[in-house]
Design a protein around this ligand. Structure first.
Ligand SMILES: [Cu+2]
Length: 279
């Protein structure tokens, strides 16, 4: 079947519209705190840092698109207008001061425009505000242990729960945090290097044996947030998810009371074993 120029044009337009609908529909698939099928954007933000990361990502995406289209347009003009057939007698022009100053200055200004929000974001990520509570996350082959030194000194293990949804992200004991509170995460590795990462909070930090790394987040939405160990750490690297449940203050207080009792006899409880050793 031969298509007329008009038909081809309409087909292309239809494809473009479908593509744009897919981009816009990305949010329709998204579910807070976890990846979604066919998702190609960042996860929905669950913390101020992630909101700024998302903003910066979108800002750069627009900028890079405009620059790429501009360069493409220049290339097309050169190819069409200045090829040997269309332009048999080339001009001998070599220098143009105005253009040379412009193509030096404009990229410098663009880079400064990128550097300012980039450094602002970097400082926000690295400069930990006064924390409301600290949680120590220890990466182990192949699960996480969470200790709450400020809330009753208990520690517990968090292992993948095969029967739980979402698949490969559900755990038996979730990390629980209160909403709108600054949580300082201190992390280390008990055996090899792991990495503590929760995309919706915009955090990813290596858990290195013999070293305590710090990061922070402030969860601004209630619900479950999932992450995964993000440093190849051995055969079950893919099976040590991170699950964080964000609750309100009352629920958090109730949970810490219950957790203190539930995990008091946990052999992984370093506070308890340290106490026992001292007796
Ligand atoms: Cu790991």
């Amino acid at each position: 079947m031969k298509m007329s120029k008009g038909q081809i044009g309409r087909r292309l337009l239809g494809l473009a519209v479908a593509g744009m609908a897919l981009v816009a529909g990305g949010t329709a698939f998204a579910e807070l705190g976890q990846p979604a099928p066919w998702e190609f954007k960042l996860q929905e933000a669950g913390s101020p840092v992630m909101e700024n990361i998302t903003w910066f990502h979108n800002f750069l995406f627009v900028l890079i698109t405009v620059i790429t289209l501009f360069v493409l347009a220049l290339l097309i003009i050169v190819v069409v207008k200045f090829n040997a057939k269309a332009n048999p007698v080339p001009s001998k022009t070599t220098h143009n001061t105005l253009i040379e100053v412009a193509w030096t200055l404009i990229p410098v200004l663009i880079l400064v425009g990128i550097a300012v929000p980039s450094f602002r974001l970097l400082f926000q990520e690295l400069d930990i505000p006064k924390a409301d509570l600290t949680i120590k996350a220890t990466g182990k082959q192949w699960y996480w242990s969470y200790a709450y030194p400020d809330n009753g000194k208990f520690e517990f293990d968090s292992l993948l729960a095969q029967d739980k949804q979402p698949r490969l992200l559900g755990v038996d004991n979730e990390m629980v945090v209160p909403i709108n509170k600054v949580v300082r995460i201190q992390t280390t590795g008990a055996d090899v290097i792991h990495s503590f990462a929760v995309p919706a909070f915009g955090i990813k930090i290596d858990s290195v044996p013999g070293r305590l790394n710090e990061t922070w987040f402030k969860a601004t939405k209630l619900g479950m947030f999932y992450g995964q160990c993000s440093e190849l750490c051995g055969k079950d690297h893919a099976f040590m998810p991170i699950a964080v449940r964000v609750v309100n203050d009352q629920e958090f207080a109730a949970w810490t009371e219950a957790a203190k009792k539930k995990f008091a006899t946990n052999p992984a409880n370093s506070f308890a074993s340290a106490g026992a050793a001292a007796q």
